[in-house]
Structure formats: structure tokens, C-alpha cells
Design a protein around this ligand. Structure first.
Ligand code: GAP
Length: 491
């Protein structure tokens, strides 16, 4: 069993993440978070907000609808360009995402090629359906948006948003004016997006309903310097340059200042540095993180340059954060189609359309990255466990009575009731203490607090550290300070 398969097994067994409506087993590419998974996702979002949003007094937040009118996507270009090439077996009807399929079967990169050109490659290389050996139909383009009709009599076409970003663009002017803001100004949003993916795969890495945390940073194109660049200029990031990709060379680690020669955009580099630090603090090692400069033929229709943060998964590297310089593309297009003014008056009286730098994080891919890199296969301990940093661990502590008698459960419940006011904690008195440690470690709980006979005498408890398994004695009144400190230390 691969590490990823083992993690999926744990996720199912512990009800962390599991398929949607699994009793009917019909829809692929849809997943649910159970209690522990929900806590993990919530902690991740809270931490992301602290790290990227609340640390900046000019980034505001919003929450938009997931259903948006067709015109939004006419303007954004998604109706025309948000397409994937698809091919289908003429015999068994299996569907394949043609670009991935051709790359896997022939090693040829087909980004930017027309469906006709892709078909020619498949013919030349004699590619057949891997399931039944059947012939494959002509490659055609398939729009990934999920369509719906609004109103009981229909007639109003709408789409489930494929990115949270479009709510931000269509609401930009109102948010900008109502917050009495100045550029540079950011709008952040956490929410669901939908893509009718041709072949969902790799657990929750490619699914049809997923969560994003996005920031659109609106910038005066006449003043593109980032006021916080100095804070990051000497910090290091790893970039897989276009040149290195073409020549089969390795990614290069460089300072933010050096990265400016390639990225040529202070805001973009600023976000790359922040992301690198953020992902390392989530437990993903530096050598499993890199920014890939997208090749011109892969760069999205709206972008003036993309640097994807990729994580090394056990099936290969995969984009987890899309970083794009979206220029004034979206605001300009919405201004043209809606007829509404999207311009901003600068302090020196210039009428401009702001330019946009966008870091777009995928929550599910991040969660898989965390699960994979924090999973410790521990023969010595006798069970596998997650080394989640305390700040994102679903539960901060488990509370156990040493034995189920002599007033220890009552005392343990008192401790539990006190702590649950401030922390996510759970109480467990089933089975042996060893089994309880195992259950607690398995879902990545950083601390296990045990109430024993000494507790009844001097009001102290033992706190076991998940990573070292070492125990210390702490006064009951000091547990809160201890856990608060642990949550701030990011370990
Ligand atoms: N607003 C820009 C945007 O949406 P993207 O690169 O298409 O850019 C951003 O998506 C992130 O959203 C990706 O890096 C990925 O983490 C996540 N994502 C995209 N499609 C996904 C899918 N089908 N399943 C899970 N996550 C997905």
C-alpha cells in the first residue's frame, strides 16, 4: 500500500474525509469532511487568515455567492476559454483528459496545441484506450463550468463559479468605495468553487467541488512597488525557471531580490516569499516545495505571468497555489460588458484601472500536502501518526483519566470542561492508556493530558508531547498558558 493509499484509509476509518453520498457510490470527485477533517480545514483557514489577511491592514474580506450570471463568465472569458481537451473511447466510452493522457502515454507536452494537433499525435503514436484497447474519438474541447437555469420557467442561464475571484472583481468598486480605501488594496475570499473535471483523481487533489482561499491585490500600475518588499528581499525561495524546465535542469534557490530578475513584479515576489514560509510552517519540507514559472503556452488567458507553487506528492509535483499577474484584464472586461465604471482616481488625480496580482490557494491540495508530509510511519511506536503543527491540528489536546475509578474520571471531566471553553479538546476513557495515546496520535493531537492519582493530591497533571512522547507535570491552572504558548510557537 502506498503512503497516499494508507492516508486515505486512515481518513476513511477515522471519518476525516470520505466520498459524498457514499451509500449510493455514484458521484466521483465529491468529498465530505467529517468532524476531524472539518476541524483541520477550519484551523487551516483560520491560520491562513492570520498569516495573509489579518497581518495586512489594507486587505479586506468578502463572501460571495457560488452561482453567478452567465454575463460574468462571458466577460471573464471563462465561457470561451475555460476548456479542457477531451477524448472518449469508441468502444467502452471511457473518458480521458486528452492533454494529461497524451503526456502519460507518449511523454509529449501538448499545452497550447489544437485538438486536431493532439489527435494527430495520438494517431502517430498509435495510442489506444488503455482499458479495452478500443479506438479513441476525435479530441474536442469541453467547458469545465457547471451550468444551471435560474427561475422556475428557466431562461436565465447561470454557472457555479469555477474560481472565487470573479465575485471579487464584480464587487471591487463597491468594496473599494465602502472601505474608503487607497491602492494598493486587497480583497480576500474563502469559499467553494466548482469545475466539472473530466477525470477526478488522486483523492481530493482533483475534484469537482473544492475550496479556495484567494486574494486579489489591486495595484496602481504607475506605482507597482510593494511597500513590504524590503521585509522579504533577502529571504530565499526556489524557482523552477522556464530555462531549467526546457533544459531539464534543477530548480534554483535564490533570494527575493534575485527572483526579481525572473518574476519582474515586486508584489508577486512578495507573495511567493510569504507562501514559501507559510507552507514550510505547515510541515512541508523545503525540498518538496517549488515555484514553477508556467510556460507561455500554459499561462491562462487572463494572466501576464504565472508562478505556481507546486508541492511534491507521492505521484509527482502538483500546483497547489496559482500565482498570477492578472493585469487589468478582469476589471477592464467587466467594465466593457456591464458598462459600469471600474476606474479609480489616484491621489495625484490619475484615472486608472487597477492591475491585479493574485495568489490563489487550493485548500484540498494543501490538505493532501499536509497529510502526506506530516504522516509518520512509526514501526517503533507501533502506530502511524500525523505530526501536524499545533496551530492546524484538529484537536489541541486529548484528556484521559489514568483509570476509570477512584474519582479520576470526574476530575478529568472537570479539566476537559474547563479547557473546551478555549480549545478543541476531546475526552477519552476507553481501553488502555496506550490505546488512547495511539488514537490521539493517529489524528495528530499534539498533547495528551492525563489525570492520575497525584492530580487528586496536588492538582497537577501529566502532559505528553506527541512528537517526543516525553511527559511533564503541569499545574492544572497552567494548562491554558501551556497550550496557548504551544499554539503560538508553530511547532
Ligand atoms: N483564480 C485563479 C484560479 O482559480 P487555478 O490555478 O485554476 O487559479 C487555483 O486554481 C488553485 O485551486 C489550484 O492551485 C488548486 O490548488 C485549486 N484547484 C483548482 N482546481 C482544482 C480541482 N479540480 N480540485 C481541487 N483543487 C483545485
Amino acid at each position: 500500500m502506498s503512503k497516499m493509499e494508507d492516508i486515505q484509509r486512515v481518513c476513511l476509518q477515522r471519518g476525516i474525509i470520505f466520498p459524498t453520498a457514499e451509500i449510493y457510490s455514484t458521484l466521483s470527485g465529491f468529498y465530505e469532511y467529517g468532524h476531524v477533517g472539518y476541524l483541520l480545514k477550519k484551523k487551516f483557514v483560520d491560520y491562513w487568515r492570520e498569516f495573509f489577511v489579518k497581518s495586512d491592514d489594507n486587505i479586506f474580506e468578502m463572501e460571495g455567492c457560488t452561482v453567478l450570471p452567465e454575463k460574468v463568465f462571458v466577460a471573464s472569458g471563462h465561457l470561451k476559454s475555460f476548456v479542457d481537451p477531451i477524448t472518449q473511447c469508441k468502444e467502452c466510452n471511457s473518458l480521458y483528459k486528452a492533454d494529461d493522457f497524451i503526456r502519460e502515454k507518449t511523454g509529449i507536452l501538448v499545452e497550447g496545441k489544437t485538438p486536431k494537433e493532439m489527435m494527430e499525435i495520438m494517431r502517430k503514436k498509435k495510442v489506444k484506450c488503455p482499458k479495452c484497447g478500443g479506438e479513441l474519438a476525435e479530441v474536442r474541447l469541453f467547458n469545465l463550468m457547471l451550468k444551471t437555469e435560474i427561475s422556475p420557467v428557466g431562461g436565465q442561464t447561470a454557472y457555479l463559479r469555477p474560481e472565487t475571484a470573479q465575485n471579487i472583481f464584480t464587487s471591487f468598486h463597491r468594496v473599494f468605495r465602502s472601505t474608503r480605501s487607497k491602492l494598493p488594496m486587497g480583497i480576500a475570499q474563502v469559499g467553494r468553487s466548482f469545475r466539472n473535471e473530466i477525470s477526478p483523481r488522486h483523492f481530493i487533489v482533483r475534484i469537482r467541488e473544492f475550496n479556495q482561499t484567494e486574494i486579489e491585490m489591486f495595484i496602481d500600475p504607475g506605482h507597482f512597488e510593494c511597500p513590504k518588499f524590503d521585509e522579504v528581499k533577502n529571504k530565499k525561495i526556489t524557482i523552477f525557471t522556464r530555462d531549467a524546465q526546457k533544459k531539464g535542469k534543477k530548480p534554483i534557490t535564490m533570494t527575493a531580490k534575485q527572483a526579481m530578475k525572473i518574476v519582474k513584479n515586486e508584489w508577486l515576489v512578495y507573495f511567493l516569499v510569504k507562501e514559501f514560509e507559510f507552507y514550510k510552517s505547515l510541515g512541508i519540507p523545503e525540498n518538496s516545495l517549488r515555484f514553477r514559472h508556467m510556460l507561455p503556452e500554459e499561462t491562462p488567458h487572463y494572466s501576464g505571468g504565472n508562478f505556481d507553487l507546486e508541492i511534491k506528492f507521492d505521484f509527482g509535483w502538483k500546483e497547489t497555489v496559482g500565482n498570477a499577474y492578472r493585469t487589468d484584464y478582469d476589471l477592464k472586461k467587466h467594465m466593457e460588458l456591464s458598462g459600469k465604471d471600474m476606474t479609480v482616481l489616484t491621489e495625484d488625480n490619475r484615472k486608472i484601472i487597477p492591475h491585479v496580482v493574485e495568489p490563489s490557494f487550493g485548500i484540498e491540495r494543501t490538505i493532501v500536502g499536509i497529510l502526506l508530509h506530516c504522516y509518520i510511519e512509526d514501526k517503533k511506536r507501533g502506530w502511524n501518526w500525523f505530526k501536524f503543527p499545533a496551530v492546524i491540528a484538529p484537536y489541541t489536546a486529548a484528556i484521559f483519566p489514568l483509570v476509570n475509578k477512584d474519582g479520576l474520571p470526574k476530575k478529568a471531566k472537570e479539566v476537559y470542561d474547563k479547557l473546551r471553553e478555549n480549545f478543541d479538546v476531546f475526552y477519552d476513557d476507553r481501553g488502555s492508556i496506550g490505546k488512547r495515546y495511539a488514537r490521539s496520535d493517529e489524528i495528530g493531537t499534539p498533547f495528551a493530558i492525563t489525570i492520575d492519582y497525584q492530580t487528586l493530591e496536588d492538582s497537577t497533571v501529566t502532559i505528553r508531547n506527541r512528537d517526543s512522547t516525553k511527559q511533564i507535570r503541569v499545574d492544572i491552572d497552567h494548562i491554558k498558558i501551556f497550550l496557548d504558548k504551544a499554539l503560538k510557537s508553530l511547532e
